[in-house]
Ligand binder design. Sequence first.
Ligand code: TRP
Length: 469
Amino acid sequence: MQQQRENWGSRLGFIMAAAGSAVGLGNIWRFPYTAGENGGGAFILIYLGFVFVIGLSVMIAEFSVGRSTNLAAVGAFKKYNSNWTFVGVLGVLSSFFIMGFYPVVGGWALAYIVKSFTGLMSSVEAIPGVFDAFIGNPVEPLIWMLVFLALNIAIVVKGISGGIEKAGKVLMPLLFALLVLLSIRSVSLPGAGAGLDFLLKPDFSKVNGETFLAALGQAFFSLSLGMGAMVTYGSYLSREENLPQNAFIVTTLDTLVALLAGVAIFPALFAFGLEPAAGPGLVFVVVPTIFAEMGGLGTIFSALFFIALAVAALTSSVSLLETVTAYFIDQRGMSRKKAVYLMGAAMVVTNILASLSLGVMSGVTIFGAGFFDFFDILTDKIFLAIGGMLVSLFAGWVMKKDVLEKELTNGGETKFGLFNIWFVLVKYVNPIAIFFVAIAGIISITQTSLMIFGLVLIAALAIFSKKLA
Ligand code: TRP
């Protein structure tokens, strides 16, 4: 059933693609507002701890599951133990759900590139109203969402080394350069110091249970963990690659970009006396406001910012589409082309629903939430954490310790001095830590029916996946 399996063309290509998956809306759109709402510096410290202990160790686990089997999410788990197939199915489903709203926001970013030049910046007072009117419009955001999805389809249909890897190699350095430029501009504004203080001086009085929840959720989302994306990317990796080292590089790049996004936004925000805790609208409202206040080159900077945001979103959504596509290629024997077009078409439907749910369809709810929130809450609050916990449990309890050690040292060719610590993390520490955070996350869902639906869905998958996959 399997044809010649694709591979990454080079190490750099893989790193750019995996970092491309990790670096996304999570870093530039979500991280700043989550940090802003959770007290800035103190949140960032906790986040860093989660990223480099739990996140990094789960990423190493995902890479080893993928590469040791050379199969994407579903097939990889199935190959070890078919009782665990559902973890892969859950991942594919979560990727599909994240892809139910991610292209909507990606489309907003594309639209704001153009809007930067067409009058958005001319009146500072009008900027919040422009955003609200835009996302609720029944036509305009749909067009941009379709453009964004079309770009995804065009890249993924070209395959691993010819599409995803090429895009990452061009787009990631571009993104990095843009963010550095924006950060320099932000930090050099008069009054920027207050913003740096906010980011760097931890205020622990704002820390509570919610902070930890937000930090772990953000870590998983940002590192693309918990749903098989990194299993899938790892499955195309050559036997010579050093997995822990690659995971460390990807994690570090992702974290750098998040911090850089913070440095690009907060100093400028404080320089203009704006609110840090502005919620999801932060980058679409506060950022244009900052640039409008700047006058002169503000238009250009605003356009650059939204180009960076769109680029980051694109290399991430590509990994989500790939995770779903790879299932149909590996498990269903479909051609890449057919799988991509089929799933692309399905995503057009889910994204139209998600986009319209912020406007004309706001009255239509499914399990107590509009479609956009349905996809977001289900993945962010339930699937991601549970998926991450299951992957960790899988590596710690199902895979054999010596198999893992071989995989992570390439059969003794490379060194992984922290192997034993990693194994303890993966086997005991992560599952327990993630479990508590997952419970807290699930309890925090206000739509009870949605919470029950999510849990029932996972249970159903656990029971029926064996037959399905
Ligand atoms: N990490 C991406 C971001 O920060 C989003 C993403 C891509 C993702 N693939 C994923 C999140 C897989 C969870 C799982 O925007």
